[in-house]
Design a protein around this ligand. Structure first.
Ligand code: UT7
Length: 335
């Protein structure tokens, strides 16, 4: 079987730690509220001169190191982010220039918290089709520069952090699926009826002008969220996507060695795990120290799991995400 596999994983968190108490000095919130409602203790924020592709580059180099490859071995870049350096072109192009890899295809994925699942699915499909052999898949985000750090924005601002993760995926010939490292499946979903339940309204071409002072006055440049709608859908859709993946591969939750869920809220993760019957010792969480890093979340989790020895070659990984769009999906990987 001609398949793709993960051969390298890496991540990068900017050094500046921002605690819940630090946020309580900027807005009306508390360490107790944030910890109880979300499981978050702290998050990382970039310095003002750092860009999302700077974070992506560090994660990419770490992933290449772990794969034992050079930059020149990459023949495609897929970059998932909701916080690009510029409106256009996409971050994959800016990262490509930083990597000095002219000529290879560079694709941006704008699927927010599910971005890394979509990006992996695209890389997997391109490899299986024979259109690429070694793909760099990056998820990177800077939230801190775009949050409303006043009490008006507290329901969103306390939940997000900056960071990046990256994977190197490569073509492989699988002879024994029970042993050989490969991506078993990806399942993708979306429901645009909920697009405005978690979104960044402006700037945009939906207005008479792309960018107006009226947008700024109304605070439309900040993310807006119907937290309850997101919560209710996330606790259903994430486990549903894992169940779909297990059924498609003729597996049960007991067969899975490591579960990685999108890190948006510890209560969502616990509810998803409960529905699947996934024991706590099989679940990798980073939310306490990263908060929600949207598209960077899953590769950061995978990297931290690999570095701590919880994720080893041959293990079966089930990963799932849910977020703005709404988008959601899952993947099963033999590591
Ligand atoms: O990947 C997708 C990303 N987003 C998510 O997954 C978020 C999903 N939603 C959630 O995680 C939860 O809905 C939240 C954590 C956002 C909120 O938790 P909740 O238990 O649903 O709280 P709530 O929205 O019902 O708010 C309770 C109270 C409200 O005050 P009143 O109206 O009861 O007086 C809020 O104004 O908490 C208030 N509140 C805060 N208080 C202190 C909202 N944000 C904060 C805050 N600090 N940061």
């Amino acid at each position: 079987m001609h398949r793709s596999r993960f051969i390298g994983i890496g991540s990068y968190l900017p050094p500046r730690v921002v605690t819940n108490d630090d946020l309580a000095e900027m807005m009306d919130t508390s360490d107790e509220w944030i910890k109880t409602r979300s499981g978050i203790s702290e998050r990382r924020w970039v310095e003002p001169d750092v860009t999302t592709t700077d974070l992506g580059l560090k994660a990419a180099d770490a992933a290449l190191d772990s794969a034992g490859l050079d930059r020149s071995d990459i023949d495609m870049i897929v970059f998932a982010t909701l916080s690009p350096d510029h409106e256009f072109p996409g971050n994959a192009c800016f990262l490509q220039a930083k990597l000095d890899l002219p000529g290879i295809p560079a694709i941006d994925v704008r699927q927010q918290c599910t971005g890394f699942v979509y990006a992996t699915s695209i890389a997997d499909a391109m490899i299986r089709a024979g259109n690429a052999s070694t793909v760099l898949v990056v998820g990177a985000e800077i939230h801190s520069k775009g949050l409303d750090l006043t009490t008006r924005g507290r329901d969103v601002s306390v939940l997000f952090g900056d960071g990046a993760g990256a994977a190197v995926m490569q073509a492989t010939e699988v002879s024994d699926p029970a042993v050989d490292s490969h991506v078993l499946s990806t399942h993708l979903h979306a429901d645009g009826a909920f697009a405005e339940a978690l979104w960044l309204p402006a700037p945009g071409m939906a207005y008479e002008k792309f960018s107006t002072s009226a947008q700024l006055e109304a605070g439309l440049q900040y993310p807006q969220m119907d937290g309850r709608a997101v919560f209710v859908n996330a606790v259903t859709r994430m486990p549903e996507a894992v169940e779909e993946a297990l059924a498609a591969n003729d597996l049960t939750a007991d067969d899975i060695d490591v579960f990685v869920f999108h890190q948006a809220n510890m209560r969502i993760i616990e509810a998803a795990a409960h529905r699947l019957g996934a024991p706590a010792d099989k679940i990798v969480n980073t939310i306490d120290h990263t908060a929600n890093t949207t598209a960077a979340t899953l590769p950061i989790c995978l990297d931290e799991a690999a570095k701590s020895g919880r994720l080893e070659a041959g293990m079966l990984v089930a990963a799932a995400a849910f977020g703005s769009g709404f988008t959601w999906g899952s993947m099963i990987i033999r590591w």
